[in-house]
Design a protein around this ligand. Structure first.
Ligand code: 13P
Ligand code: SF4
Length: 316
């Protein structure tokens, strides 16, 4: 375990003092660096972060994640100040679906219901009928008739996964996450040879051949919960390696092995956007009350309904 320097202790104290002064809540996604996960008031997957943000009493929310997570919180709580430690923390999947191009796609299928993954810009959500996350996509798609005409965007892998589980034929936007598409069957099978008893945990943003190896496929929260409850002692984890921090913390008697990306000798797969956030930037955004998330009012209002529909459907 790393020995913490007095400097880090001081930085943490500054963050806690500033948080209290601002009346802020710090939220963090499971892919954040361990120090941010540990100082956060709330930690979760995209669904939990949206749910919690919608009900928080605090006037200031600091979203330690990527930009679409902060945007979702701002859309749900327009009267609050939503800060993000680094405004450059984007998402390759959200970037794979520019709103103007998605609009042309939607307009060319006028009688289709539009279902969008939460990893999208506010502009794409404003074109959407209902938002989903990896934690509720299957259940929400299943609320529609089997032959319903549906556009699903932007993740072709999650869309494929839902089509294969439900026998549906949703039309898919051709987007993907650069982190999850990098996992390779060969490297996971090599690990499985070394850890034959390990269960394989896979995020649905991975490609179909990788998903076929999975003992469990699900959102970060679903994979964490599965690891907690499983009798297995070893797990190969095919999602961004930040999740291993909570897995190791909550299951100290179990071993978690990060699946490496196909193109590197590095033993884990990191989202460079998620890793832009640091304790220093968290301190600075509370100190400066910036960068804060601002969304054009008309877009935010149109984007709100499909997110609220998701929250209504996934609370049942
Ligand atoms: P979760 O909703 O599973 O936390 O996933 C978010 C994400 O960005 C996955 O890459
Ligand atoms: Fe986006 Fe992929 Fe990073 Fe998740 S891991 S935030 S989908 S780039």
């Amino acid at each position: 375990m790393a020995v913490e320097t007095p400097c880090i202790d001081f930085l943490k104290k500054e963050i806690i003092d500033l948080k209290e002064k601002r009346g802020a809540a710090i939220m963090a996604h499971y892919y954040q660096i361990p120090e941010i996960q540990d100082i956060a008031d709330y930690i979760g997957d995209s669904l939990a972060l949206a749910r919690i943000a919608a009900t928080l009493p605090n006037e200031v929310i600091v979203m330690c994640g990527v930009h679409f997570m902060g945007e979702t919180a701002k859309i749900l709580c327009p009267e609050k100040i939503v800060l993000e430690p680094d405004s450059e923390a984007g998402c390759s999947l959200a970037d794979s679906c520019p709103a103007d191009e998605f609009k042309k796609f939607v307009d060319s299928h006028p009688d289709y219901t539009v279902i969008s993954y939460v990893n999208t810009s506010a502009g794409v959500k404003a074109l959407t009928d209902i938002v989903v996350t990896s934690g509720n996509a299957l259940a929400i798609v299943e609320t529609f008739e089997k032959d319903a005409k549906i556009i699903f965007g932007p993740d072709r892998n999650l869309g494929n996964y839902i089509n294969s589980l439900t026998g549906r034929n949703m039309i898919l936007w051709d987007g993907a996450c650069h982190v999850h598409e990098k996992f390779s069957v060969d490297k996971i099978l090599d690990l499985k040879k070394r850890y034959p008893k390990a269960e394989i945990l896979v995020h649905p943003e991975c490609t179909a051949p990788v998903r076929l190896l999975a003992d469990k496929t699900g959102s970060t929260a679903v994979l964490l919960d599965y690891a907690r409850k499983s009798d297995s002692k070893e797990f190969i984890v095919a999602t961004e390696s930040g999740i291993l921090h909570q897995m190791c913390k909550e299951c100290p008697d179990k071993t978690f092995i990060p699946a490496p990306p196909s193109d590197s000798v590095c033993s884990c797969n990191e989202c460079a956007y998620m890793k832009l956030n640091t304790l220093e930037k968290l301190r600075d955004c509370l100190k400066n009350m910036a960068p804060s998330i601002e969304i054009e009012k008309a877009i935010a209002e149109r984007a709100r309904r499909p997110i609220e529909r998701m929250l209504e459907l996934s609370s049942k």
